[in-house]
Design a protein around this ligand. Structure first.
Ligand code: SAH
Length: 401
C-alpha cells in the first residue's frame, strides 16, 4: 500500500488519486504528463506596441518617423494615464499625422469578444481575442478597499495540472509584454467609464494584479518581468503601481523563482503547492517531476530571505485527495523547519472544471485543515474565490467563445 493510502486509512479517510476524469491528459514520450516549456514552433508574436518599449525606445521609434522625441511622453500619457489609443482624442499631436502615429504605436492587441458579470457587476470576466485568433481571459474584481485584476500571461498553459481547466488544451504561445499590460489598461478604461459595479470612488483604477489567470508566468519570464517593470514604473514610463500589489503565482519553476528573487522588484510571491508530499504532488503537479516539494519550498524561502516579503502557499483543497489531517501537519512541519513568520498558507476550495469529478473539501475538513496549520503557528486564510458563476474562478479559465 502506498504511504498516503495507509495514512488516509489511519484517519478513517479515503485517498483519491489525481487522474484526469472526463478528458484525456496529454502524455509525453516518457509516459508522464506532458510538460511544454516553450511555445509551439513557428508561432508569431503580435506587432510591437508602445507598451513593449521603454520610454527611450519609444522616443527612438518616433524619431525614425521624423518626429521629435517628446512625442513619446505625450503618447505614453495618453495610454498609461488616460487609457486611450484613439487618435481623435490626441489633440496634442499634429493633426495630419495622428492617425499614422496611433497606427504604429498602438496596434490593436486585445479585442473584446465577451464580457460576463456577476456579484452585482462587481466581478467581470473578459474574453479577449488576440491578433492571431488566440483567446485569453482576465477577471476584474471590486472589493470594499481595492480593485484587483487577475491577468493571463500565456495563451493556454503547458503545465498540464489535471485539476486546472487552462492546461487541458496545452500551450499555444507566450503573451507579449504589451498584451499582458493591455489587460490592465483596458480594465482601467472600463472602470473609468463606470463599467465596474459597486460603490465608486474618484480616480479609481486597478491597484492589485494577480498573475493567476491563464498560463504559467515564470515560463514566460522575460516578457512577464518587462510587464512588471512597466507596471511599477511611474507615468509616463509605465503605470505607476506598487510592486507589493502585484502577485506572481507559480507552479514551482525553481530556477526562475531564484531569478525572481534577484530582480529587485518586491512583488508578492505565491507558490501553488497543493501537496506537501512528493508522492501526491508528483501526480497533481506534473512539473514536480523536475523540482520536488522541498526544492520548491527552499526557493520560496529564499525569495523571502532575499526580498523580506512574506510568501504565500496556495493549496486547492480537494475532497479526499490532499485534505487529510496528516498533510496539514506535514505542511506545517516543512514550513516551520525553514523558519517562522516567512510564509502564510492560502487554502482555496477547489473550483469545478469541465469533466472533473473531484469536488471541494467538506467544510468541517477544510476547517480542521486550517486549524491544524494555525495551531502549528502557520498563519492561514481561506481564499474567498470569486466568479464561479461565470467560470471565472481560479483554475476555471479556458477561454472558449
Ligand atoms: N500557473 C500559475 C498561475 C495560474 S493558476 C500557478 O499555477 O500558480 C492560479 C491558482 O489557481 C494556482 O494556485 C492554481 O493552482 C489554482 N487552481 C488551478 N485550478 C484550480 C481549481 N480547479 N480550483 C481552485 N484553484 C485552482
Amino acid at each position: 500500500m502506498r504511504i498516503s493510502e495507509s495514512r488516509a486509512k489511519a484517519e478513517g479517510r479515503a485517498q483519491v488519486r489525481p487522474t484526469a476524469e472526463g478528458w484525456k491528459q496529454a502524455m509525453g514520450d516518457d509516459g508522464r504528463p506532458q510538460l511544454q516549456f516553450t511555445a509551439k514552433k513557428r508561432v508569431s508574436q503580435p506587432p510591437v506596441h508602445l507598451a513593449d518599449l521603454t520610454l527611450a525606445e519609444r522616443a527612438d521609434k518616433l524619431k525614425e518617423m521624423g518626429l521629435p522625441g517628446f512625442r513619446a511622453k505625450q503618447l505614453s500619457v495618453h495610454y498609461f494615464q488616460h487609457y486611450t489609443t484613439d487618435p481623435e482624442l490626441m489633440s496634442d499631436l499634429p493633426k495630419d499625422r495622428r492617425a499614422e502615429i496611433a497606427e504604429v504605436m498602438f496596434p490593436t492587441l486585445l479585442t473584446e469578444v465577451k464580457r460576463l458579470a456577476t456579484d452585482d457587476g462587481k466581478t467581470i470576466k473578459f474574453l479577449w481575442r488576440l491578433f492571431d485568433g488566440s483567446l485569453v481571459e482576465s477577471v476584474l474584481m471590486r472589493y470594499s478597499n481595492r480593485i484587483t485584476l487577475c491577468i493571463s500571461s500565456q495563451c493556454g498553459c503547458g503545465m498540464n495540472c489535471p485539476f486546472c481547466a487552462t492546461g487541458q488544451a496545452g500551450l499555444t504561445r507566450n503573451m507579449s509584454t504589451a498584451e499582458i499590460l493591455d489587460q490592465i489598461v483596458q480594465a482601467n478604461r472600463v472602470i473609468a467609464e463606470g463599467g465596474l459595479g459597486g460603490q465608486k470612488h474618484p480616480e479609481e483604477r486597478v491597484g492589485n494584479i494577480v498573475f493567476m489567470g491563464m498560463g504559467e508566468p515564470l515560463a514566460n519570464y522575460k516578457r512577464v518581468m518587462n510587464a512588471v517593470h512597466r507596471m511599477v514604473a511611474d507615468v509616463p514610463e509605465g503605470l505607476g503601481m506598487s510592486a507589493r500589489g502585484i502577485t506572481v503565482s507559480t507552479v514551482g519553476l525553481v530556477p526562475a523563482i531564484n531569478k525572481l528573487s534577484e530582480e529587485g522588484v518586491p512583488v508578492t510571491f505565491a507558490l501553488s503547492l497543493h501537496a506537501p508530499d512528493d508522492e501526491l504532488r508528483d501526480e497533481m503537479i506534473p512539473v514536480n517531476s523536475r523540482w520536488k516539494v522541498d526544492e520548491a519550498l527552499d526557493a520560496a524561502f529564499n525569495y523571502y530571505v532575499k526580498t523580506g516579503r512574506r510568501v504565500s502557499i496556495e493549496y486547492a483543497l480537494i475532497k479526499d485527495m490532499n485534505d487529510h489531517g496528516w498533510r496539514a501537519d506535514l505542511l506545517a512541519r516543512k514550513l516551520n523547519a525553514r523558519g517562522r513568520g516567512w510564509v502564510h498558507v492560502n487554502p482555496i476550495p477547489l473550483n469545478p472544471t469541465p469533466g472533473s469529478v473531484w469536488t471541494a473539501s467538506e467544510p468541517d475538513v477544510t476547517a480542521e485543515f486550517i486549524d491544524r496549520l494555525e495551531s502549528a503557528g502557520v498563519p492561514t486564510t481561506l481564499r474567498d474565490t470569486r466568479g464561479k458563476e461565470i467560470d471565472g474562478a481560479c483554475g476555471q479559465l479556458a477561454a472558449a467563445e
